[in-house]
Design a protein around this ligand. Structure first.
Ligand code: DQA
Length: 147
């Protein structure tokens, strides 16, 4: 069975490309998913990609798919700073989790400096735009494969 990674995009990330491009860049979510898919193919793994603007749907997706997954890449977007429910769902999985942010949240408003997810994440990558995602996936694969 190929290894399976959950890739989760939180609220408003469906509008990447149009949304504050000076902060989030010009690439769309489809562009990002294509870049991740290319890495997945290179490494012979399967990606299960999910985007939602709804906290409960993200919680359901994590709980419903944890049994078949080997790790999680998640950009919780605004829920990073508010969601105990997503943190608890991620903790429950027992899987390695990489928290991703396109922007450097520490250069931005103070409310973005606190993350409910970081204390339970295996690693965090922020501020590298689309590369935050690709590096997160590559890093996660190294951790899972212990290389
Ligand atoms: C974000 C940063 C969050 O603070 C923000 O709410 C987002 C995107 C990022 O990728 O930089 O929606 O997670």
């Amino acid at each position: 069975m190929p290894q399976r990674i959950l890739v989760i995009h939180g609220p408003n990330l469906n509008l990447l490309g149009k949304r504050e491009p000076e902060i989030y860049g010009h690439q769309t979510l489809d562009d990002i998913n294509r870049s991740l898919q290319a890495i997945a193919e290179e490494h012979g793994i399967t990606l299960d990609v999910f985007q939602s603007n709804h906290e409960g749907d993200i919680v359901d997706f994590i709980g419903g798919n944890m049994g078949s997954a080997d790790g999680i890449v998640i950009n919780p977007a605004a829920y990073t700073h508010t969601s105990v429910a997503i943190r608890d769902a991620l903790t429950m999985t027992g899987l390695p989790v990489i928290e991703v942010h396109l922007s450097n949240v520490y250069q931005r408003e103070v409310f973005r400096h606190h993350s409910y997810i970081s204390p339970i994440a295996t690693g965090i990558i922020a501020g590298l735009g689309v590369h935050s995602y690709t590096l997160a996936l590559e890093g996660l694969l190294r951790i899972i494969r212990d290389v």
